[in-house]
Each structure stands twice: as structure tokens, then as C-alpha cells.
Write a new protein. Structure first.
Length: 82
């Protein structure tokens, strides 16, 4: 298995939750180094991937991961401070 960075790792009730923020270096690592079939389980525990994304980029990210079964996309509004 390739090594990848994650923004946040949670071990909960017999599963791993990998949390990524769209655009982070960990997210880029997910795209570049982590084929879906390698992220179905870690150490025998199922893996769930959650990607946090701004509403504006939600559709783009959904298309990127449309074939991944264990990915959830969570969109939210972000304030832009000027």
C-alpha cells in the first residue's frame, strides 16, 4: 500500500474515517497516490473517506470520485474575507 497523508484520522467503532479538505496537500496525495482498491480497509478495518468541500466545487469533486464506493462528499459554505 502507498503511504498517503490525511488531514484527520478517526478510528471509530471498528472502522477508520479519513478526513480530507478539498485542495489540501493531503487531498492531493489522495488523488495521486491512493487507488480506491487500496483504501477499502486498513489493518482489517473498513475505511470511510469524507471530503470537505466548498459548495462551489462540490460537483467537480463528486465527478472525481463518482466510482469510489466509500467516499462521502460534505459541502459547506465558506465566507470570503476581503
Amino acid at each position: 500500500m502507498n503511504k498517503i497523508a490525511v488531514d484527520y484520522l478517526i478510528e471509530k467503532e471498528g472502522e477508520y474515517i479519513l478526513l480530507f479538505s478539498y485542495g489540501s496537500s493531503a487531498f492531493k496525495s489522495l488523488l495521486a497516490d491512493a487507488p480506491e482498491d487500496e483504501l477499502k480497509n486498513i489493518n482489517g478495518k473498513p475505511v470511510r473517506i469524507i471530503i470537505l468541500v466548498a459548495e462551489e466545487a462540490e460537483e467537480k469533486v463528486r465527478l472525481m470520485f463518482r466510482d469510489w464506493k466509500n467516499v462521502e462528499i460534505k459541502s459547506q459554505k465558506f465566507l470570503v474575507l476581503k
